[in-house]
Design a protein around this ligand. Structure first.
Ligand code: GDP
Ligand code: MN
Length: 378
């Protein structure tokens, strides 16, 4: 789960990180009130769950209250990467001398939480990784010992910092590690981490991505969820207890089991199709979950065909068949449905489908080929 910059900064501030003071506003008047309290120079920043806000015009410096009002007015009306801006952060502006990058991230390639730092701050780290990977220093934390001070010092030395900046840098790096550990985050990032004109550190931007699977033990963090920033389909799926990831293709997939879901997507791709999603309806899926799954997929106008791939183990084929029939009755769509149904109670499942005028195939490749053909209008 992503959270907003202003929320991430509140967390970082609790860990002693040098966050620049600011507050969030939903209206221009509110933004102006905050601006009056803080006093210029200020920065007004769009709060949306996407990066690159600066480039998109969503971050504006203001030298006066008038400019702050103007900036809030413009930013609150804009869209960034297709997302309407509903909130702005009004913060004190800092005079930036140098921009660094600092993060702590779960790095699967080394199976460790890793400290990442770079003197190429302010730009997206993926870009640095692509064009000048040698400019990123990495220190992998031992899972038992955590990130150790010498590792943070290693990073500091690699950045060639002024000596008086090293100690506070080490403190910040270790604090970021604690934030990640305490919140079950997969990423805690400050970019840019600025050295100000008067030679101190300032966290100008902040980003935290929380691990959804850790949220059950962080009620306070769950409360930071901004449903307005989620894909509506992902919200629906979460509420229905379905594991769902939206993708860009045209073939909606409903599958029981994560492994089978991955295999289904691979098979679709093998035959030249593009999956519209990953969706695991789970091991013991019942009719109403299947109905919900169908609703979610069919709410995406890009979906040209829905492919069910059900291997009945714990899941019973007759339950799924009933779900498909009920779901189609409830959502009433012209989108063709391809069904592969094998396993427990298969015969009964097929009979239920046949009674409703639907036909199930038995092989996965046949189902995938059929779906691809229908999606491409063949
Ligand atoms: P992002 O583009 O979404 O990553 O948003 P950032 O918060 O990182 O802001 C983008 C850029 O705006 C930063 O890299 C800075 O160069 C600039 N910026 C943001 N806040 C300030 C500030 O307080 N003072 C100055 N001088 N520049 C700022
Ligand atoms: Mn940034």
């Amino acid at each position: 789960m992503k959270i907003h910059e202003y929320q991430a900064k509140e967390i970082l501030a609790r860990y002693g990180l040098p966050v620049v003071e600011g507050r969030v506003a939903e209206t221009v008047d509110e933004a102006v009130r905050i601006a009056e309290e803080l006093g210029p120079p200020l920065v007004v920043k769009a709060q949306v769950h996407v990066g690159g806000r600066g480039k998109a015009g969503g971050v504006k410096l203001a030298q006066s209250l008038e400019e702050a009002r103007d900036a809030a007015q413009r930013i609150l009306g804009m869209e960034i990467k297709g997302r309407p801006v509903r909130k702005v952060l009004v913060a004190r502006a800092v005079e930036i001398a140098r921009e660094f990058y600092l993060s702590v991230v779960v790095d699967r390639s080394v199976k460790s939480v890793t400290l990442m730092a770079s003197a190429e701050g302010g730009v997206e780290i993926e870009e640095v990784a692509r064009e000048a990977p040698e400019k990123i220093v990495r220190q992998a934390a031992d899972p038992f010992l955590g990130l150790l001070p010498y590792q943070a010092r290693n990073a500091a030395y690699a950045l060639d910092l002024d000596p008086e900046l090293v100690r506070p840098f080490v403190d910040m790096a270790l604090a970021l590690y604690r934030v990640l550990r305490d919140t079950d985050a997969s990423l805690v990032e400050i970019n840019p981490l600025a050295v100000t004109a008067d030679g101190t550190w300032a966290a100008v931007d902040a980003k935290i991505v929380l691990d959804d699977n850790g949220l059950f033990r962080h009620r306070d963090l769950e409360a930071l969820r901004d449903v307005g920033e989620e894909e509506p389909q992902e919200t629906m799926a979460r509420q229905a207890g379905l594991s769902f990831v939206k993708l860009d293709g045209t073939i909606g997939c409903v599958v029981n089991g994560a492994g089978l879901a991955m295999a289904t997507m691979d098979t679709v791709k093998l035959y030249g199709g593009e999956p519209a999603n990953f969706l695991d309806i789970g091991g013991g899926a019942k009719a109403d979950q299947v109905t919900q799954a169908l609703r979610i997929l069919l709410s995406d106008p890009k979906v040209k065909v829905v492919l069910f791939n059900i291997f009945g183990g714990i899941t019973r084929c007759d339950d799924v068949a009933r779900g498909i029939v009920e779901g189609l009755r409830a959502v009433d769509t012209a989108v063709p449905i391809v069904i592969r149904l094998v396993g427990t109670n298969e015969e009964e499942g097929r009979r239920i489908l046949a009674d409703a005028g639907l036909i199930a195939v038995t092989s996965m490749s046949e189902a995938a080929q059929k779906a691809v053909a229908l999606a491409s209008g063949r």
